[in-house]
Design a protein around this ligand. Structure first.
Ligand code: SF4
Ligand code: MG
Length: 335
C-alpha cells in the first residue's frame, strides 16, 4: 500500500509567556492511499495541531517543531519552506474546517473563489477553470451550479457552505484531505449527508482522508482506521473494527462506553470523569492516570511505552506489560 502521509515521533510546542505548551508529544501515525483515518480525542488533545503542523498552518513562533519528521509520499517535508508548502497546499493536501467561513472569502462569489484556487496551481484558461468550478459544485451537490457560482458564501445554508468548502478543497484533486470536525456545527441530518459526501468523493477521487473528531458516531460512519489521542500522544491505534469491539487502552474504552450501540449519533466524549492534564507541565507517568480506574503504581511514575500488537495495532498503556493484571476492557457491543 502506498503511504501518502507518515508522521514519525513528532513533537510540537507553543512558546508562550507563561511557558512551553507541549501540544504534540511524540506522535507517530500514517495514512495509506485512499483510506480514512480518524483522529479521535477531546478538545485540546493535539489532534488539530498534529494536522495543522503537517500543513504548516501554525505560525512559528509561537509554534515550534521540536523534533520528529513528516513524510508526504515518501518525501521528508518537515523542513519545507513556506514557498514549497504553498505548492503542496490545495494541490497535494487540503483542509476543511468546522466553520467554512474560515476558508471562504465572504466578499467573493464562490465560483470565482474556486477558480482562483485552480489557477493558483494549474496553467489553464479562466474559461476552463470556470467550467471546472461548475463541475465540482455539481459533484458536491450544489443545486443549479451555474447560477450558484455567482452567489456569495452568506447566501448558502451551513450545510451548503460546507459543500462549497469541500468543492474548493478537492477541486485540484489533492491526495489527502484533512477534515477538522467538519460536521460539528451541523444538525444530525445534514451531518450525515456531509459525511456521505466525503465518503463518496473519497472513493471516486481516491483521496485519503484524515478526519479529526470528538464524535464516535462520525468515526463509525467514515473511518477504516483510528488513532486515539490523549494529552498530545496517540494512546491507541488500529483498525476501527478492532478498536470498537476490543479496545485495549482504558481511555478508548471509556470513550466507547459513552457511545450507544446504535449508530452513536450525537454522542460526544464527555462521560469520563476528570479532565486532561495541563500541557505546560505534562505528568511524569501516564497522562491518563488520574482518570484511570485501572491505574497501577508504575503508571504515575513512568510513561508507558508503545506496544506494537501487529496488524497495525498499537497501544500505549502499562496494562500491556506481561506482568500487569489482565482485563477485558468494555467496548462497543456486537449486535
Ligand atoms: Fe491507566 Fe496505567 Fe494504562 Fe495509564 S498506563 S491508561 S494509568 S492502566
Ligand atoms: Mg480542534
Amino acid at each position: 500500500k502506498e503511504r501518502i502521509l507518515e508522521i514519525k515521533d513528532l513533537y510540537f510546542s507553543f512558546d508562550t509567556y507563561a511557558g512551553e505548551v507541549q501540544a504534540v508529544r511524540g506522535v507517530s501515525l500514517y495514512v495509506n492511499r485512499g483510506e480514512t483515518l480518524a483522529i479521535v480525542g477531546e478538545s485540546g488533545c493535539g489532534k488539530s495541531v498534529t494536522c495543522q503542523s503537517v500543513m504548516k498552518l501554525i505560525p512559528t513562533p509561537p509554534g515550534r517543531y521540536k523534533s520528529g519528521d513528516i513524510y508526504y509520499c515518501g518525501e521528508n517535508i518537515t523542513n519545507y519552506s513556506e514557498k514549497q508548502m504553498q505548492k503542496l497546499r490545495g494541490r497535494e493536501m487540503s483542509m476543511i474546517f468546522q466553520d467554512p467561513m474560515t476558508s471562504l472569502n465572504p466578499t467573493m462569489r464562490i465560483g470565482r473563489q474556486i477558480e482562483e484556487g485552480i489557477l493558483k496551481h494549474e496553467k489553464i484558461s479562466r474559461t476552463e477553470a470556470k467550467q471546472r468550478a461548475v463541475q465540482m459544485l455539481r459533484k458536491v451537490g450544489i443545486p443549479d451550479p451555474e447560477k450558484s457560482c455567482r452567489r456569495y458564501p452568506h447566501e448558502f445554508s451551513g450545510g451548503m457552505r460546507q459543500r462549497v468548502m469541500i468543492a474548493m478543497a478537492l477541486v485540484c484533486n489533492p491526495k489527502i484531505l484533512f477534515a477538522d470536525e467538519p460536521t460539528t456545527a451541523l444538525d444530525v441530518t445534514t451531518q450525515a449527508q456531509i459525511l456521505e459526501l466525503i465518503n463518496g468523493l473519497k472513493k471516486e477521487l481516491g483521496t485519503s482522508v484524515v478526519i479529526i473528531t470528538h464524535d464516535l458516531g462520525v468515526v463509525a460512519r467514515t473511518a477504516e482506521r483510528i488513532a486515539v489521542m490523549y494529552a498530545g500522544k496517540v494512546v491507541e491505534t488500529g483498525f476501527a473494527r478492532d478498536i470498537f469491539y476490543n479496545p485495549m487502552h482504558p481511555y478508548t474504552s471509556g470513550l466507547l462506553e459513552s457511545m450507544p450501540s446504535g449508530n452513536g449519533n450525537g454522542k460526544t466524549l464527555t462521560s469520563i470523569p476528570g479532565s486532561p492534564p495541563d500541557l505546560f507541565a505534562p505528568p511524569e507517568g501516564c497522562a491518563f492516570a488520574p482518570r484511570c480506574r485501572y491505574c497501577m503504581k508504575i503508571c504515575t511514575e513512568m510513561q508507558p511505552e508503545i506496544t506494537d500488537l501487529g496488524n497495525g495495532r498499537s497501544v500505549s498503556c502499562w496494562l500491556m506489560h506481561p506482568k500487569a493484571p489482565k482485563y477485558k476492557l468494555p467496548g462497543r457491543k456486537r449486535k
